[in-house]
Design a protein around this ligand. Structure first.
Ligand code: ATP
Length: 287
């Protein structure tokens, strides 16, 4: 039995654990197509929650709703006890398009974000920006503009900005997708370290099952419903104690079994969806 693998549940379900995010009976549609239907989800303070699921099932939309960038058709999202309709939550975000201002350098992009929040001199803000660019191994690119950076560099600059922003809630949409494997490992460990040291709550989207299991306290799997139905979610607690040793974890039979379990839930969702589409097709106009 490997030393990092634990069979008992690591998540504290005691009542005093504070809820960071409460999603209550959430419905959301784009142009009449229901994307999310009746989603209920609580995220605890300090929890590392990973969202998985096939492309197009609504994971990014769900993050945008939590950030208050979209509003629910029905239901509500409460962050720190306040509905997102009343107040935009204080959160650091990394979205797939990086959202860097093209006319500002990597460093200036971070300084601009910090300026809105921290009462510090330009020199102090620059110092913080440099510190976080260093953490994501981008010190040499501080003066570069987004147009002069690769996809992976822009992604790291956006991560540095979100980390520097210092919010205790981070919403991250496939933040490591464009990175080479070594940089990805480095940033996974950096994120885990920061989340533990500062008790940050993280909601993180990935398509990579290994990354999900290594990082998460809990994985929520989104499955595509039929277009009339909206996505459904399944929540799975990750049964391995933190901090995790990557090598020991990935070589354990418990990890392989759990990975299989997660992938089975994902595949089942896809198969159910295909069957539903087939059933709808055969009831239709008999093509
Ligand atoms: N601004 C928009 N207007 C209309 N439809 C949209 C818009 N944004 C997303 N959609 C649709 O909503 C659905 C969910 O998209 P979303 O980006 O949330 O999925 P996702 O699970 O994050 O996908 P991926 O894994 O590919 O990033 C898709 O069918 C998409 O086409």
């Amino acid at each position: 039995m490997s030393e990092v693998v634990a069979v008992q549940q690591p998540i504290d379900h005691a009542e005093y654990v504070k809820k960071k995010i409460e999603v209550k009976s959430l419905y959301f549609s784009y142009e009449g197509a229901e994307i999310l239907k009746n989603i209920h989800l609580d995220v605890k303070e300090g929890e590392f929650l990973v969202l998985m699921g096939p492309s197009g099932c609504g994971k990014s939309t769900f993050l945008r709703l939590i950030a208050g960038l979209e509003q629910p058709d029905k239901g509500e999202i409460i962050v720190n006890g306040v509905p997102t309709t009343q107040k935009l939550p204080d959160c650091g975000v990394v979205f797939q398009d990086y959202s860097l201002f093209p006319w500002l350098s990597a460093e200036e992009n971070i300084i601009l974000a910090l300026k809105q929040k921290l009462k510090k001199t330009k020199k102090e803000l620059k110092h913080i920006a440099r510190e976080y660019l260093g953490l994501v191994q981008l010190s040499d690119a501080a003066k570069k503009y987004p147009g002069q950076m690769s996809g992976g560099m822009k992604q790291r600059a956006a991560i540095a900005r979100a980390l520097a922003f210092g919010s205790d809630l981070m919403l991250m949409d496939e933040p490591f997708g464009a990175l080479d494997p070594l940089t990805r490992i480095h940033l996974q460990d950096l994120l885990l370290q920061i989340s533990r040291a500062h008790n940050r709550t993280i909601v993180f989207v990935t398509h990579d099952a290994d990354e999900a299991i290594y990082l998460a306290d809990r994985i929520v799997i989104f499955s595509l419903g039929s277009s009339a139905k909206g996505a459904v979610t399944t929540s799975v607690d990750v049964p391995f104690k933190k901090p995790r040793n990557r090598k020991t974890l990935f070589s354990s039979s418990e990890f392989m079994e759990f990975r299989e379990h997660v992938l089975t839930i994902m595949n089942q969702g896809l198969l159910d969806n295909l069957e539903e589409q087939h059933a709808v097709g055969s009831d239709g106009d008999g093509i």
